[in-house]
Design a protein around this ligand. Sequence first.
Ligand SMILES: Cc1cc2nc3c(=O)[nH]c(=O)nc-3n(C[C@H](O)[C@H](O)[C@H](O)COP(=O)(O)OP(=O)(O)OC[C@H]3O[C@@H](n4cnc5c(N)ncnc54)[C@H](O)[C@@H]3O)c2cc1C
Length: 404
Amino acid sequence: MEGKEEKFDIAVVGGGPAGLSAAYSAAKEGAKVVLFEKDQSIAHCIRTSGVTWISEMERLGIPSKFYNPIQNYRFVSSSNDVLITGDVSKSCVLDIRAMYQHLSVLAAKEGAQLKVKSNVIDVIKDGHRVVGVRASTPEGMLTVRSTLVIDASGFSTSVGRKAGMASNWKRYGVGAEYECYCDDIDSTTWVLMVGQKYSDAGYAWVFPLSPNRVRIGVGIGRPESNAEPLEKLHKIIEKRFKPLDTIGQGKIQPLELHYGFIPNQGVRRNSIADGLIMVGDSAGQSNPLVLEGIRYAIDFGRLAGKVGADSLSQNSDKESLVEYERSWKAKIESKIQSALKVQMRWVGLTDEEWDKEIEILRDMTVHEFLDFIKADFTKANMMKLAVHHPKIAARQLFNMILKS
Ligand SMILES: Cc1cc2nc3c(=O)[nH]c(=O)nc-3n(C[C@H](O)[C@H](O)[C@H](O)COP(=O)(O)OP(=O)(O)OC[C@H]3O[C@@H](n4cnc5c(N)ncnc54)[C@H](O)[C@@H]3O)c2cc1C
């Protein structure tokens, strides 16, 4: 075979939050790990907006210097505007590049080898078992033989698909976002904009990083719509649709374009096979309500690395990886299922219906709102809302979740 050949215990494909976290924890357990990232540096191309939850970042040990805290949440529809104010910051917007670079340093410190500008183009199989990958690297072609491959390639699920163990996503979101300079915005409030004007099957957003830096974006669901998010985004910025009419009265100057895809059809039923783990977006581990998956990617990436390292003594047979699948499914599978139901309801709403739907949020406490948007649907929470919420529409919504 052309090029060099090397042996590793674990080959990780993808240098996003899932892959970097898997490489870190596997190396920490003593495994010999290599990670491939096709872009020229970690987080060179940003494909995400970076909204997440402070408690989750604290639990995962992500230092607060990597995020801007958010206290208030505003929803804008064609004729309505709802602001939910909190007294403490519970959400945040991540400095993605700095945070992912931090995750890469943690992995490197534990001894994982990181190979950037290295595109995994093929999977090596022995019968049905995955036994390695082939990558095009700056030093030429490299064949890696490994006991386990961790597919953390995100939306593309490049290893799982090439190995014939995963299919293309049929329902997914595509998003375009500009990170912009702006004159002076309220950096403690994020805004979601809903309805046809912003996105015919999705929503638009304004996520601040500081008083002078903001991410403005549009997400669109496929197959419901074929619209191009970048065109919508240009219109929103050019015409200064609400809330940009009052945000940064002066300049809004795009500095960086982000573009990405996210699976939106629930989790993959199978995330393990002999010699293979899929994690992060490649396994569909994201919350469809606000299309967020970074916290899951870090959490389950670490889990995949740990279970993967422990499985080496059993040749990483599927049975030795079951604990990984059991554990992540127990944490999120049913929540994501319920969130999908809400999302299906949202995709079909007209502008008038959206005006009413966001009214439901007005009567929620910050805690209720956050549990809801984070898809933290516990039966007790939903029951309380379904029985006691003052609005009938809200009771219907929460009942729908309870029945899922
Ligand atoms: C528009 C948009 C907005 C989003 N906003 C948020 C948000 O606000 N908050 C949130 O939590 N989540 C958000 N998400 C979701 C979040 O980005 C993902 O859930 C998260 O990035 C998943 O991490 P991952 O490591 O699995 O995949 P990714 O972050 O996609 O990383 C995969 C990596 O693998 C590399 N790769 C792929 N194929 C190969 C290959 N063959 N060889 C080598 N490398 C390869 C890619 O270059 C990439 O770096 C958003 C997604 C989109 C599309």
